[in-house]
Ligand binder design. Structure first.
Ligand code: MOS
Length: 758
């Protein structure tokens, strides 16, 4: 007898292109973003920004503003009430980049620092009042010097996540090996300040009833925000609830709490009314983080046949005056290639800017731009194909710790990428390739991103109508987390994806991971699987204990729960009973099960080196007559474990490539040396890549090898890796077309005027 699939069983949605389950809510306008929540009597808050970047606030004149129509309060240091400081706790508690609470003292450390806040009955009245507040300053010259020289700091320094050794990784004697290396590269690469520009502005709606504080915030980490607010307002954690139903993207700027949130809470506390505070696009450039400027010296030494003998990566990132942000540019350096002598070290330079923060692929993205650019320069010096150079230096293990890689298929990425791109047709001489009267440039680079898990909890409910609810206090920041959770729960409970309700973004749900580090999916998988297993165990127990059940005489161990049915293992699924039927016969509405899983991130004794890998092949077209440079074609291959949803997965990589075009050619935040203000603080002046900048042809390939060392589904993360390395592939292509090596991003037309290639 051939085995037949029971009619009730649905094919697993895992690995299938699954449209976003939240898509209809978004396109019909029923998805509620933070600023969509409204409450009776709600007031509006607009902060007042400092117009100097360094100095002291001497006087604040608020009396005119206080008398304006609709104004309820002008809050400032003298009347806002206590806002306590917070500290970093154990594990993943209390993380903040800008630690100083709002209005904590009279020191102005960066342009746009909040010095007061107008609260009124309408947004317009609040804005008018905020504009009417007058400040007098004792003004000092700000330091926004773009040239970064490391400040004098000890060898172990504080960062937003704890203490870090400034020598991040070291093996052999890199300096000595470099000095005797036959072929060397010694270059400095600069990445500019970049500002996150999610469409949704940051904001808080705070509701305080006297004991319970409820916050609606577009947060990438509701539990961390809850913990920090509990500290800042002296409340038990259970008296703080954070709700984040939808996030209009974040790119890292919404990972950790910022000062506007505490201002909104303090306003709600003082006025006993719900308060909404949504910051402006200009404020987004000042007070909610940015990717800091980096200056990275990379020294490579190689033998004439192309084997690396030495790699030194010394970098400096800008940071704020009082905070401790570290942009970990060395994250991928120590394990990327085989090299016996290596040293990665960093320093930081304090500037009068708001605190930097994580921005998509923090560390590895600017870091790989530098190291991959240096590899391409080395290939040039060796007159060797850049793919061949990388193949030659592919490591067998992670040489920084001698751990095996959990799953590394980078060589296959190169092979597939080169084949799909047609790389073998590349002629290496500058400006040697033409098409339709345009000069072509072809470049490539590798990429990597960490794979790890944060702690996670989740619950699954099976219901007597055959529907399922899965809940986890993580967030969907536009990446597809609602859909992923629906797919996993559907797979485990045997119901179709559209019968799964997903609850996210609320601290009353089981504690979920931050939507950061590309770790949300990998983290929630084992928690959801554990919850599903536990639900199955409960069903089996119900099946054996319910009067009238066909399994009443069986032991629970004889039974299984798969594909939505409880059945006797020895008899097969076909003779099983759908869980909904079982629940109805037992007169149960729901079975609820909890699952949790531990972190691998920060594991002091890891058994494997876990990362995702990939490579980009990029074509640019160059018209020297009119100095027109375009990215015309991209092939990207990603090895990120098993891809749970190729549709949202591809979308992540395509989005990262669009952002990579912006990083390579357009994005940079510029500070005015006089005022210290970010002067291109608008979407008109801070230029991001738009559809017109993105080529028709972006090919994304996933290798799809499950990484079972990370979780039972073998899924790693894909939110960030697509941006890593991309800019280096573009600048390599630019060099191939124009002969110009641009070592400071973004590539400017001025950099390319008058080179060869005409
Ligand atoms: Mo990402 S920078 O971890 O949001």
């Amino acid at each position: 007898m051939p085995t037949t699939t029971p009619e009730t069983s649905t094919p697993s949605p895992l690995g299938r292109a699954t449209p976003r389950v939240d898509g209809p809510h978004k396109v019909t306008g029923t998805a509620q973003y933070t600023s969509d929540f409204r409450f009776p009597g709600m007031l509006y808050a607009v902060p007042v920004e400092a117009t100097i970047a360094n100095g002291r606030l001497v006087r604040l004149e608020t009396s005119a503003a206080e008398k304006m129509p609709g104004v309820r309060a002008i809050l400032h240091r003298g009347n806002i009430g206590p806002i306590y400081r917070s500290t970093l706790g154990p594990g993943f508690e209390g993380i903040v980049d800008e630690r100083r609470p709002p209005f904590d003292d009279d020191l102005i450390l960066y342009y746009g620092q909040y010095i007061a806040c107008a609260v009124a009955d309408t947004f317009e009245n609040a804005k008018a009042a905020a504009d009417a507040v007058r400040a007098t300053y004792d003004r000092q010259t700000p330091n926004v010097d773009p040239n970064l020289v490391a400040d004098d700091e000890p060898s172990v320094v504080a960062t937003s996540f704890g203490e870090v050794n400034r020598v991040e990784s070291e093996r052999g004697d890199a300096a000595r090996a470099f000095s005797s290396a036959p072929v060397t590269v010694d270059q400095t690469y600069v990445t500019p300040t970049e500002t996150h520009n999610p469409i949704e502005l940051q904001g808080t709606t705070a509701v305080w009833d006297g004991s319970m504080l409820t916050i609606y915030e577009e947060s990438q980490g509701v539990f961390n925000l809850r913990g920090v607010l509990a500290q800042m307002f002296g409340l038990p954690q259970e008296n703080v609830r954070v709700i984040t139903k939808y996030v209009g993207s974040g790119f890292g700027s919404k990972l950790w709490p910022w000062t506007h949130c505490a201002i909104a809470v303090a306003a709600a506390r003082q006025l006993q009314k719900p308060v909404k505070l949504v910051i402006s696009r200009k404020m987004m450039f000042q007070s909610v983080g940015h990717r800091p400027r980096t200056q990275q010296r990379v020294r490579l030494g190689a033998s004439p046949d192309g084997r690396l003998v030495s790699l030194q990566h010394d970098y400096v990132n800008a940071q704020a005056m009082r905070d401790n942000y570290h942009e970990d540019c060395g994250e991928a350096t120590a394990f990327m290639y085989s090299v016996p002598n290596l040293r990665v070290a960093f320093g930081r330079a304090r500037r009068n800017v708001g605190s930097p923060t994580s921005m998509r692929g923090p560390g590895a993205v600017p870091g790989l731009y530098a190291t991959e650019s240096a590899m391409n320069e080395l290939a040039d010096k060796l007159k060797m194909d850049p793919v061949q150079l990388r193949v030659l230096n592919e490591p067998k293990v992670d040489e920084s710790n001698n751990l095996p890689f959990s799953s590394r298929h980078l060589l296959e990425c190169y092979q597939l990428g080169a084949e799909k791109f047609g790389w073998s047709k590349r002629t290496p001489a500058v400006a040697s390739m033409k098409r339709d009267g345009l000069t072509l440039g072809w470049g490539m680079a590798s990429c990597a991103w960490i794979a790890a898990r944060f702690p996670a909890e989740a619950s699954i409910q099976l219901r007597d109508d055959g529907t399922v609810r899965v809940a986890c206090g993580t967030q969907d920041i536009g990446t597809g987390t609602y859909t992923n959770l629906a797919q996993i729960a559907a797979d485990r409970t045997g119901v179709p994806v559209d019968k799964v309700e997903v609850a996210l973004g609320d601290t009353t749900l089981p504690a979920g991971p931050i939507s950061g580090g590309s770790m949300a999916t990998a983290s929630v998988v084992p928690a959801v699987l554990a919850a599903a297993d536990s639900a199955g165990a409960q069903l089996r127990a119900i099946a054996t204990s319910t009067p009238g059940s066909p399994f009443q005489k069986r032991s629970a161990d004889d039974l299984a729960f798969e594909a939505g049915r409880v059945f006797v293992k020895a008899e097969g699924r076909e003779k099983g009973i759908p869980f909904a039927e079982l629940l109805r016969s037992a007169r149960l509405r729901v079975v609820t099960a909890h699952g949790e899983s531990a972190a691998t991130f920060g594991d002091p004794n890891p058994k494997y080196s876990m990362h995702s890998f990939g490579c980009h092949f990029v074509e640019v077209t160059w018209q020297p007559e009119i100095a027109r440079l375009r990215v015309s074609r991209v092939v990207t291959v990603i090895d990120a474990g098993r891809i749970l949803n190729p549709l949202t997965g591809r979308n992540q990589i395509e989005g990262a490539i669009a952002m990579g075009i912006g990083m390579a050619l357009l994005e940079h935040t510029t500070y005015d040396p006089q005022s210290g203000a970010p002067i291109n603080a608008s979407l008109a002046d801070y230029v991001v890549a738009v559809n017109a900048d993105v080529p028709q042809s972006i090919e994304v390939h996933f290798l799809d090898y499950p990484d079972l060392h990370l979780n039972a589904l073998g899924a790693r993360g894909i939110g960030e890796i697509g941006l890593a390395g991309f800019a280096a592939a573009v600048t390599d292509a630019v060099h191939h077309a124009t002969g110009v090596r641009v070592r400071e991003l973004p590539v400017r037309i001025e950099d390319l005027l008058g080179p060869v290639g005409s």
